[in-house]
Design a binder for this molecule. Sequence first.
Ligand SMILES: Nc1ncnc2c1ncn2[C@@H]1O[C@H](COP(=O)(O)OS(=O)(=O)O)[C@@H](OP(=O)(O)O)[C@H]1O
Length: 209
Amino acid sequence: MPKTLEGQITMEKTPSYFVTNEAPKRIHSMAKDTKLIVVVRNPVTRAISDYTQTLSKKPDIPTFEVLAFKNRTLGLIDASWSAIRIGIYALHLENWLQYFPLSQILFVSGERLIIDPAGEMAKVQDFLGLKRLVTEKHFYFNKTKGFPCLKKPEDGSPPRCLGKSKGRTHPKIDPDVIHRLRKFYKPFNVMFYQMTGQDFQWEQEGSDK
Ligand SMILES: Nc1ncnc2c1ncn2[C@@H]1O[C@H](COP(=O)(O)OS(=O)(=O)O)[C@@H](OP(=O)(O)O)[C@H]1O
């Protein structure tokens, strides 16, 4: 970590911290006033996205449908597969709440981040006690990329989209498998909404498209 000067905040991004058992205790013992930001998306889409990322590096892995089940005939989901386990957000959050109050954690909706990046960034800036400097004018929707991209109107620098590995097309997954995964996640999602006081609406039709 670089030294943080007066008036500065230091930020660090490691997605795996959220699901690492030892992380809350370690971060708390380092700085208990640390603010935490977690971007969460529909766990079904998250699992497919995770698989898509692995597949791009290891094209020979079994299909998503095969990996998702311990026993497909019995409909038994393999919750030990990391792509699935990571999406059990309530389980991971419970671990963090042993060390940090909810007020120190901001949950950003991954879906809203795509639909309304400026709106989600306003929440992030408020949470960090920053002036709302990043606003609507810093985003535009890039039709080729299919996602919002960033521009800096102040200095005239070229717009910037996230890299090729973000926003890839997902493979088509058997609808029955999607259905079973939705059912699997539902109680954990409901628990997560209760714990956070936020309804992410992942049960709505089409939210995992
Ligand atoms: N603006 C913008 N541009 C591109 N992609 C965007 C954007 N906003 C959110 N997303 C979604 O971010 C997903 C990739 O993030 P990751 O969590 O995999 O990133 S990281 O590996 O943790 O760095 C990525 O998931 P995939 O679509 O599965 O690739 C995107 O859906």
